[in-house]
Design a protein around this ligand. Sequence first.
Ligand code: SF4
Length: 120
Amino acid sequence: MKRTFTCIVCPNGCEIDAEYEGANVLSVTGNLCPKGKAYVTQELVDPRRTIASSIRVEGGTLPLTSVRLTSAIPKDRIFDVMKEINAQSVAAPTHIGDVVIRDVLGLGSDVIITKNVDRA
Ligand code: SF4
């Protein structure tokens, strides 16, 4: 089979034309480095994504703070994890690196804060 992938490993965003059978990548063109082939293989076997979002802050100088996952999760679990994140709120102050949800849904990734918000 043939398919074009957009590698998201780095900001170059290479458009990679891949030929494959099942999870076996036969050839790739368009990738600027070997990570592109590894990315295509990962996409075929176990596609993963990270999430950057925001959560409510109680009693802060801002109503929201930003969060992200510490590692990529299976693509088909993004909706479930977003529900968990949306159900959360934290009390000000917030600090970069604070863990909001440890091992979210048992997926091996933490939700951490990426923006400081002071107490109002
Ligand atoms: S193939 Fe290499 S250079 Fe291209 S986006 Fe992926 S990691 Fe970046």
